[in-house]
Ligand binder design. Sequence first.
Ligand code: NZQ
Ligand code: ZN
Length: 390
Amino acid sequence: MYNFQFENTTKVYFGMDNFEHLKDACRSFGKKVLLVYGGGSIKRTGVYDKVVAQLSDAGMEIFELSGVEPNPRHTTVNKGAKICRENNVDVVLAVGGGSTIDCSKGICATALSDTDDVWDLVERKVPYDKALPLITIVTIAATGSEMDTGAVISNMDKNIKSGIMNDILRPKVTFEVPEFTFSVPKYQTACGSVDIMSHLFDVSYFSAQEEMSMIKGMEEELLRTVVKFAPIAFHEPENYEARANLMWASSWALNSFLTCGIRHMTVCHMLEHELSAFYDITHGHGLAIVTPRWLRYILNDETAKDIYRFGINVMGVSKEMEEKEGALASIEALEKFFFETLELKSTLTDLGITDKDFETMADRVTAWGPIQGYTQLTKEDVLNIYKMCL
Ligand code: NZQ
Ligand code: ZN
């Protein structure tokens, strides 16, 4: 385990009873709030009215940015930063999924920086060391953005999905109300659940580092939680326990805790971000297609043990097999979970994607050299994995 510093400063209010603290949380940062949300789900579900009622009670002056896209665009971030600047906004309130929260993080940083374009921060042309305070109300269990330091932003003019990461972007306060996720459609429930699992795989479960037993054990419990509750939420969208467990698991899968002591790259996320940059697909769906292919590709005498351990401890695969056979059975169990239980389409071809851009995508993923993850992957390896996804 490498040395590390750990701090997570997000205050979390979990559950409907705690939602009333929203007004005090907002008021504690000032009087002017920018309310950021996506394509309208919060209006349909009534969450918008609940939020506005509290902000009005608190006497806040409300500015709004709506229409944040899934895979949020840098241009939308820039619009929000402009509103903040022109109106001296004190605090940003994101109500939605990872896209809305990430867009808001970009807004918080850009608004106080020396540029009006978040892409200058992404490309590190302009340094930033301040950000407006961010409060989030997360409405889908998926990214963990509600407690983490990263913001993933898309520049569709350049087909680049990249982002910014900084401790100052971590939300100050987050509200998690499982009832707010009852309306998440089946498809997004599936994609969000895959994303949670992929964070665990990518950040450290599949890691070349030895002696990570405490971290791996906790990750297995989180993985089991998703495997147990995602199918329940999928079929019974208003099952409180299922939604609550998924919600809290999503926050813990990526809130800096499980990355302590680890140093490696998040392979499947790197491969997937190219797919959504080029084809604007749903992040979790891309991960569902890439992950099992990646596992099949890297399966060898060294990796079989870890993959089989995952199968036994998370997917309920029998312990009685020879290591490689067990690892294959584990990958098959994961595929069954993604493509049968959660009913996700299993190939890029199903999503209308061809090999047209694979060369460019593989070039970009390996622009700084081979990916140093659980195993090392060269450009050729990346190309092979993309081809397996067709
Ligand atoms: O836009 P609205 O109308 O709100 O609808 C959204 C959107 O269509 C809908 N939705 C969300 N909550 C809902 C709901 N529909 C009904 N009821 C609700 N309660 O779901 C759709 C997807 O929303 P989105 O915010 O895009 O989902 P998600 O949370 O999966 O976020 C994905 C984005 O986060 C990035 C991804 O790359 C992608 O851009 N990620 C961010 C990370 C981070 N900040 O740490 C890490 C992740 O690995 C990921 O890369
Ligand atoms: Zn993710």
